[in-house]
Ligand binder design. Structure first.
Ligand code: GRF
Length: 208
């Protein structure tokens, strides 16, 4: 399958998926990297690995960036099957959601629907989890709809929140699981092992 990855930051999930693809654990090729931050670690990694970088969305500070309609056209030109958000902080426009139905995944560092939505990103998520007194946290992979963090959940992993955890410690524990979980889900996606139940719930099937 042909993949587009969207990042705004360091891109450790992007790297995990790229490496899994190189090792044959994911039957997919990353055709293009989309970012709103052309100088971010993820974009640098893409350039180092000869993966084309597209800047989106267009703003005063990014005149080289593409519009939503141009992004849809570009992704179609690359014949992309699936879009993988990996720490992409901008909202995905409705044009994209409609152009790629049931084909856009995101990873979020909390057990959704808890600690999700606009404003819950980065360390803020982990600080809120710790402040709430929750004993468990962990990443969620979900399909993307036109809002933040509300699309159908595909998979989650649970990690403990320890009594003396800092947000940074919890973030590192969750991120470690993110890399494994995202690779697992993307591997299923690329093998057409995610099926949709009649009521709209996505299910991962194991390999025959
Ligand atoms: C991850 O915690 C992910 O859950 C969130 O943004 C972070 C991205 O980290 N959406 P990285 O850029 O993949 O290292």
């Amino acid at each position: 399958k042909r993949l587009a990855v969207f990042v705004s930051g360091g891109g450790s999930n992007f790297k995990a998926i790229h490496e899994a693809a190189k090792e044959g654990l994911v039957h997919g090729d990353i055709m293009v990297l989309v970012t709103d931050k052309p100088g971010c670690g993820g974009a640098e990694y893409a350039r180092d690995n000869q993966i084309p970088v597209i800047i989106f969305p267009r703003s005063m500070s990014s005149p080289d960036a593409v519009s939503a309609a141009e992004l849809v056209a570009t992704l179609r030109n690359f014949e992309v099957d699936f879009l993988l958000l990996a720490g992409f902080l901008k909202l995905i426009p409705i044009e994209l959601v409609q152009a790629f139905p049931r084909s856009i995944l995101n990873i979020h560092p909390s057990l959704l629907p808890a600690f999700g939505g606009k404003g819950f990103y980065g360390l803020k998520v982990h600080k809120a989890v710790i402040a709430s007194g929750a004993r468990y946290s962990g990443p969620t992979v979900h399909f993307v709809d036109e809002r933040y963090d509300t699309g159908r959940i595909v998979a989650q992993r649970v990690v403990p929140v320890l009594a003396d955890d800092t947000a940074e410690q919890l973030a590192a524990r969750v991120l470690h699981q993110e890399h494994q979980l995202y690779v697992e889900v993307v591997s299923a996606l690329c093998e057409d092992r995610i099926v949709w139940r009649e009521d709209g719930v996505p299910l991962i099937c194991s390999r025959e």
